[in-house]
Design a protein around this ligand. Structure first.
Ligand code: PLP
Length: 430
């Protein structure tokens, strides 16, 4: 029974476009109506009709400790009693900046903002200000938030100009964004050769998590690093999703690559709205008020958000849940693999630590074109079958599945069993 969710959705649609405040929440790509959630505890969430689900969305990544971790809640409560916001400097911001520097040594200086979108948008402006160049390279299938410069579709090939991916984005903006192909260094070499001394930054998700999960090859990332060094291009790792997720030091610590700038979000806010960008001191010092590149925010470094984020990062640092997350995530994906094989389904699983994806395509999945071959209708049926069994997955084929430290082996076993019977249910239609 999801009657209350359905009636809330009808009500929401009268006041909020599409009934939601972020599009994927509307379940459009999987069919059915979204659930309105009301409570979360550990690995579980409850909808307004009282149904409980095992949650693999985790607020789209931030909740690596699960919902309502007691220490995070305590930190928020304690801070709320002292002050929620000043718009003046606080010691908490320094503690956050120092902790991030310690965990990610490529970050020599850090600026705090309120969302991942703000972080990437500001990092690109800073790279442009630093280099005096205007164009940027991004990759098809990578997501960097919803700032205009990122909402650019690739042209028909790597050589053609991009076009706006949304009404409201100007052709002028589109002109300055070039799309490379993920895991294809030659496509980037080509863009750079065709735009000599014009590219300010290359921005990349070092492990892509927004076309489903698609890890970069080491060759690709090392090649981008070398190319940026050679051409004086600012290399930006967008670690909004992967930062503190795949390892405490982010994807950059796994690959052993030092980006010039890093963007952060999600986990750094511990469930509250936070983003950050940081990196080389000489670049960061270009930022106002120490330099000429403008950037600001009324709620930047907000005390409540700092309290939640600091509590989360400190727990991650002290408890090192990463080996356990790896074990649990491997357990889940090998359980799925056995089910898929037994059912004879053509599917591909990708995974890095606690972020994973089940693509309904034979694979391999190394870039957007290959991810896009997935049978999204099959994913929709799978999603609904899982939801009906109390498993809350991301309502899109092209999102990650996240495990938190709060998922128990019993949760995972239940999920593997749900996967087995969901696959059996949708089998005829595949
Ligand atoms: C989520 C995400 C963003 C955008 O962050 P918001 O807080 O939603 O604005 C940017 N980049 C990546 C890689 C993300 O996963």
């Amino acid at each position: 029974m999801t009657n209350r969710s359905q009636s809330l959705f009808e009500r929401a649609k009268r006041s909020i476009p599409g009934g939601v405040n972020s599009p994927v929440r509307a379940f459009r790509s999987v069919g059915g109506d979204p659930l309105f959630l009301t409570r979360g505890e550990g690995a579980h969430v409850w909808d307004v009709d009282g149904n409980m689900y095992i949650d693999y969305v985790g607020s789209w990544g931030p909740l690596i400790l699960g919902h309502s971790h007691p220490k995070v809640v305590e930190a928020i409560e304690k801070q709320a009693r002292i002050a929620t916001s000043f718009g003046a400097p606080t010691e908490l911001e320094i503690e956050m900046a120092e902790l991030v520097r310690e965990l990610m040594p490529s970050i020599e200086m850090l600026r705090l903002v309120s969302s991942g979108t703000e972080a990437t948008m500001s990092a690109v402006r800073l790279a442009r200000g630093f280099t005096g160049r205007e164009k940027i390279v991004k990759f098809e299938g990578c997501y960097h938030g919803h700032a205009d410069s990122f909402l650019i579709k690739a042209g028909s090939g790597a050589l053609t100009l991009g076009s706006p991916d949304s009404p409201g984005v100007t052709r002028g903006t589109a002109q300055d964004t070039l799309n490379g192909r993920y895991n294809d260094l030659a496509s980037v070499e080509m863009l750079v050769a065709l735009n000599p001394a014009a590219i300010a930054a290359i921005i990349v998700e070092p492990i892509a998590g927004n076309m489903g999960v698609v890890p970069a090859s080491e060759h690709f990332l090392k090649g981008l690093r070398a190319l940026c060094d050679r051409e004086n291009i600012v290399l930006i790792f967008d670690e909004v999703m992967t930062g503190f997720r795949v390892a405490l030091g982010g994807a950059q610590s796994i690959y052993g690559i030092r980006p010039d700038l890093t963007t952060l979000g999600k986990i750094i806010g511990g469930g509250l709205p936070v983003g950050a960008f940081g990196g080389r001191r000489d670049i960061m010092q270009m930022l106002s008020p120490s330099g000429p590149v403008y950037q600001a925010g009324t709620l930047s470094g907000n005390p409540l958000a700092m309290a939640a984020g600091l509590a989360t990062l400190r727990i991650l640092q002290q408890e090192n849940p990463y080996p356990e997350l790896e074990r649990k995530s491997a357990m889940l994906s090998s359980g799925f693999a056995a089910n898929l094989q037994a059912a004879g389904i053509n599917a591909t699983q990708t995974r890095v630590g606690s972020m994973s994806c089940l693509f309904f395509t034979g694979g391999p999945v190394m870039n957007f074109d290959q991810a896009f071959k997935s049978d999204t209708a099959a994913y929709g049926r799978y999603f609904r079958a899982m939801l009906g069994r109390g498993i809350y997955l991301a309502p899109s084929q092209f999102e990650a599945m996240f495990i938190s430290a709060a998922h128990s082996d019993a949760d995972l076993e239940r999920t593997i069993e749900a996967n087995r019977s969901a696959i059996a249910e949708i089998m005829d239609s595949l």
